[in-house]
Design a protein around this ligand. Structure first.
Ligand code: PA5
Length: 374
């Protein structure tokens, strides 16, 4: 179970109301997910993961935002033992990055997982065209299509239509789960299983956090209270370099869920002790409108001493320091953390009075880009 070093007073009636709102939200499908695993789908995921491993030296993972950060975070953190090399694409519009990804695959045997809930996002669409071309040139159309796995909406979108027309292996993002809450659906589970992560253990950890939801409530209320007191930035800190992408997942989850109607806490991140030699000065002595949330992963003796030193120094420097201690650094521990953060994020967003599950602000730049491209 996740342990905390804080315990704010929580009004039970408000907490119950907010939890009900989260669980009953039309986009709250993720909240009951660990208790409602679809065993048939899980078997299909395992079967596809095995096929990818048997046929490929390289797996190309195409997606952006919620269709990318969750599985990358866990693959980077857990470093599963596997012969399969992972190449990421479709998470920027840089031609340089795309060419680099194509070169990384080189002449190796490869498969592609393309993920896009809407099926219309530009970045993955551009990368997918390039890798599809490479697949068809190498294997011919029939085999190429058998090496493509698409996770997208059940009924609509350009990727959905193409998947049905060309017979790619298809997985579905449920209607009631949005991108950044989708890591425990096929969006995250297929890439993770193919990469050698134990997805069953991940789901067990998430189910544990679902049953023990009281810590997520405390953290959701605590960050809301700090936000209201004028602590406008939350710095997520960890002492394990492999969790850098988990921090990126956190920033997307909180930033996109909460930053609306001129509300929300700006999420930032650091990895110590590396960043003690860059941002450490600011944390110790800079503007005092931020708080620090340390994810205190189980670690070695020396690193643990740095954690203690940092907590002492930053607290003395006037920074509220929240400690979140997961039970283990493995699939089960990360399953717990994912559910814990998803729930606490939905709770604090609801407390701020914003919808945790939409992202209307992301559309503004897309409209501008469309105008320029047309
Ligand atoms: O959380 C979200 O909804 C977004 O970050 C999306 O995941 C991201 O924009 C990618 O969208 P899509 O999966 O439709 O390509």
């Amino acid at each position: 179970m996740i342990k905390l070093n804080f315990s704010p007073k929580v009004d039970e009636a408000i907490s119950k109301r907010i939890l009900d709102e989260v669980y009953q939200d039309p986009m709250g499908g993720w909240a009951e997910l660990p208790g409602r695993i679809n065993m048939e789908e899980l078997a299909e995921i395992r079967k596809s993961a095995q096929k990818i491993q048997n046929e490929s030296e390289v797996l190309v993972l195409i997606g952006i935002g919620g269709s990318y950060l969750g599985h990358r975070a866990l693959i980077e953190a857990l470093r599963p033992k596997s012969e399969l090399k992972i190449v990421y694409a479709g998470n920027s519009l840089s031609k340089r990055e795309l060419d680099f990804a194509l070169d990384e695959v080189g002449e190796a045997d490869f498969s592609v997982i393309v993920i896009s809930k809407s099926g219309t996002t530009l970045e993955p669409a551009v990368a997918f065209e390039a890798f599809k071309k490479k697949l068809v040139e190498k294997y011919g159309e029939k085999e190429a299509y058998s090496r493509i796995y698409a996770t997208t909406d059940a009924n609509s979108g350009a990727l959905h239509d193409e998947t049905v027309a060309n017979g790619y292996t298809r997985f579905v993002v449920p209607d009631n789960i949005g991108g950044r809450y989708s890591v425990l659906t096929a969006v995250g589970l297929l890439p993770l299983a193919a990469a050698g992560v134990n997805i069953e253990e991940l789901l067990v950890g998430a189910a544990e956090a679902m049953r023990e939801n009281s810590t997520a409530v405390l953290y959701g209320f605590m960050r809301y209270a700090l936000g209201k007191k004028g602590y406008n930035t939350e710095v997520f800190a960890s002492f394990e370099p492999a969790t850098m992408y988990f921090n990126e997942w956190l920033k997307q989850l909180f930033g996109e869920s909460e930053g609306k109607n001129r509300q929300g806490i700006f999420p930032a991140s650091v990895v110590y002790s590396t960043d003690l030699h860059s941002l450490g000065q600011f944390m110790q002595d800079g503007r005092r409108d931020l708080f620090e949330t340390i994810i205190d992963y189980p670690t070695d003796e020396m690193n643990a001493k740095v954690v203690t030193a940092v907590v002492k120094a930053h607290t003395a420097g006037g920074i509220p320091v929240l400690l979140i201690k997961p039970s283990s650094f493995d699939e089960r521990g990360f399953g717990e953390l994912i559910y814990f953060f998803e729930l606490s994020c939905a709770i604090s967003a609801k407390l701020f009075g914003v919808n945790p599950f939409d992202q209307p602000g992301v559309e503004a730049y897309k409209k501008e880009l469309k105008k320029l491209l047309s």
